[in-house]
Design a protein around this ligand. Structure first.
Ligand SMILES: *Cc1c(COP(=O)(O)O)cnc(C)c1O
Length: 266
């Protein structure tokens, strides 16, 4: 398929029933599989993380019934509220994929199974302390700013080595890989360059990461660009609107300064 990156129509129809969710999920999975095969990769090597921000708890119960048991949420309070409301579903796990203020580390430590936006030592120390208190562990991804946009969170690529060198002291954090948000652009090559940058950094860290740390995962690609990300090596794709339908809240709510907002569709 030759959709431009960040195609103007990445959203699925608004899913309201278990059948709708099954349908949207199957369609995204088929596209993941096709993109992986085209890149000569095993489709099983790409994990789909459905991103459920703004989707209310009642609809999430339907999503779980349709087979989703690991959900990505951008904002920690929203995620925490949902984890509590859905605590009766034992198989349901949450990944926090958005920027985290240090003073909110305690929430993540309580309920999250994964945190994909690690980008500073104070945050790592706060998570470690809170995880010790909860006697829990957490899988983490280091967020990298591959687009050099000021509004994006994450470390510049050249700062990542020094950062990961400091992580072994935090034994409750299990470093799995790197995460990025590509440039928001219709310029497919500019988007691709962000994915390539993340992969090359991962390849370098394979030999330079601290002893015992295996940095293998690449979390990159969203509804509008996940096929391109898979072509460049993504092992986790974070798909929201392609599964749940368009969001009512503009993306600037999640990425301050993001200029690409389209009018809300719902
Ligand atoms: C919302 C979000 C996504 C998913 O975006 P869609 O366009 O809905 O697929 C991916 N990553 C992060 C960090 C997000 O906040």
């Amino acid at each position: 398929m030759t959709l431009p990156a960040h195609s103007p129509e990445p959203a699925a129809a608004h899913a309201e029933t278990v059948e709708d969710f099954k349908h949207n999920l199957a369609s995204i999975k088929a596209r993941i599989e096709a993109a992986a095969r085209k890149a000569g990769r095993d489709p099983e090597s790409v994990r789909l993380l459905p991103v459920s921000k703004t989707v209310p708890e009642e609809r999430l119960r339907l999503a779980v019934e349709a087979g989703m048991d690991f959900l990505g949420e951008n904002k920690v309070q929203e995620a925490s509220r949902k984890a509590e409301a859905l605590a009766d579903i034992p198989e349901l796990k949450f990944s926090v994929i958005g920027n985290l203020q240090t003073n909110k580390a305690k929430f993540v430590a309580k309920f999250a199974h994964e945190f994909q936006a690690l980008d500073n030592v104070r945050q790592a120390a706060a998570l470690q302390r809170r995880l010790e208190a909860e006697d829990r562990q957490l899988d983490v991804f280091v967020q990298v700013n591959t687009s050099a946009e000021e509004s994006k969170f994450g470390l510049p690529p050249e700062a990542v080595q020094e950062f990961v060198d400091q992580l072994p002291q935090f034994d409750r954090l299990h470093v799995k890989g790197l995460m990025t948000l590509a440039l928001f652009s219709d310029d497919k090559e500019a988007v691709r360059a962000c994915f390539v940058r993340l992969r090359e950094l991962r390849d370098l860290l394979r030999t330079t990461a601290p002893e015992g740390m295996v940095i293998e995962e690449l979390s990159m690609g969203m509804s509008g660009d996940f096929e391109l990300a898979i072509a460049e090596g993504a092992t986790v794709v974070r798909v929201g609107q392609g599964i749940f339908g368009a969001r009512a809240l503009p993306d600037s709510h999640y990425w301050p300064g993001f200029a690409g907002d389209k009018p809300a569709a719902e």
